[in-house]
Design a binder for this molecule. Structure first.
Ligand code: FEC
Length: 301
């Protein structure tokens, strides 16, 4: 049997000239207004004009591949090339009989992981790939991922001023989604809480909360509370400092490097609330071991 793993990620524009096409894709083909485009472009400019996401996704996929015997690795992105559809077509050409689908996001939502799965199924139908497909729905309690985050919480906490460490609050965050996902019993918020609880217990952290970040600029209500509302409340309640652990993401990219490192930090500075952010998993060897273990369990015997 010829086996493959399809590693899927959000995707990023490779440079500023691709931001418009990328944003149009995210908006399902509706081009952004000039103001919307300028606003997003200015966020990419603020992180140096380029997101490291594709390079990190590639390193993660190669790391997973190097830990598996006789398994071909494909990268499929949601909003930029190489796209999920291209990867599925390549799996057909390569004669893959069985593929495992892994999304580089730990928590399941019908609007995130579910959407990636739908794209694979539709692409298979379109190109006529008839191999078996096993989708990994979530891996938010994978021991190696929790171990990475546990170390990361300690690393970030140690960056806080010594006097502010005791009593500091850890905020575990993930990308917000429109509230309508909750009506169909989506497990996304529960899974975020389960990751947070598991890491807090391993790290010996008594004071922690979950919060949401990076909500879209749409008129729909999005799941809250948003990190930008939580920081002022924590200050008011007398928290001496905050550790932000964006555990819904596994790489440095716009939503971490801008939304946490620039936007949330600016607010924390205004509030005079010390803030440290946990390092991202990226290509940490122990973290990649964890992803490879998740894939191995899903491979056909
Ligand atoms: O570094 C980069 O260039 C890419 C950063 C990036 C990641 C990411 C991950 C997730 N998103 C999720 C949901 C939504 C929903 C919308 C939405 C919109 C945007 C926009 C940008 C963007 N997202 Fe994203 N997301 C990243 C970037 N995202 C840019 C458009 C401007 C803005 O709103 O800021 C709203 C549109 C829609 O309805 O589709 C919803 C989720 C994740 C985490 C899971 C995953 O990685 O797939 C969920 C990284």
């Amino acid at each position: 049997m010829t086996t493959g793993v399809l590693v899927m990620a959000y995707g990023t524009p490779r440079d500023l000239s691709e931001v418009e096409a990328y944003y149009t894709d995210i908006r399902r083909g509706r081009p952004p207004s000039p103001d919307q485009l300028e606003e997003l472009t200015s966020r990419y400019r603020a992180i140096g004009g380029h997101s490291p996401l594709l390079a990190i996704t590639t390193a993660q996929a190669e790391g997973i591949g190097s830990r598996l015997d006789n398994v071909a690795v494909y990268i499929g992105q949601k909003h930029a090339p190489p796209r999920i559809e291209d990867a599925v077509a390549k799996m057909k050409t390569d004669g893959i009989d069985h593929a495992v689908g892994l999304v580089l996001a730990p928590h399941f939502s019908s609007m995130s992981v579910g959407d990636y799965e739908n794209r694979v199924v539709a692409a298979a139908g379109d190109c006529g790939w008839t191999g078996a497909f096993t989708m990994i729905p979530s891996w938010h309690l994978e021991p190696g991922y929790l171990a990475f985050l546990t170390r990361a919480v300690h690393t970030a906490r140690d960056e806080l001023p010594e006097a502010a460490r005791d009593g500091s609050i850890v905020l575990f965050t993930a990308h917000s989604l429109p509230e309508r996902i909750l009506r169909s019993g989506d497990p996304y918020p529960d899974q975020l809480r389960e990751t947070a609880e598991a890491v807090a217990s391993r790290a010996g952290i008594a004071t922690w909360e979950t919060a949401w970040q990076s909500a879209g600029r749409t008129t729909d209500p999005w799941i809250g509370p948003d990190i930008l509302e939580v920081l002022p409340r924590l200050k008011k309640e007398g928290a001496p400092a905050v550790v932000v652990c964006p555990c819904g993401f596994v790489a440095d990219h716009l939503e971490v490097l801008y939304d946490v490192d620039i936007e949330a930090r600016k607010l924390a500075d205004q509030l005079e609330l010390p803030l440290a952010r946990t390092p991202s998993p990226n290509d940490d060897p122990g973290f990649i071991d964890a992803l490879a273990a998740v894939v191995k369990r899903a491979l056909p015997a």
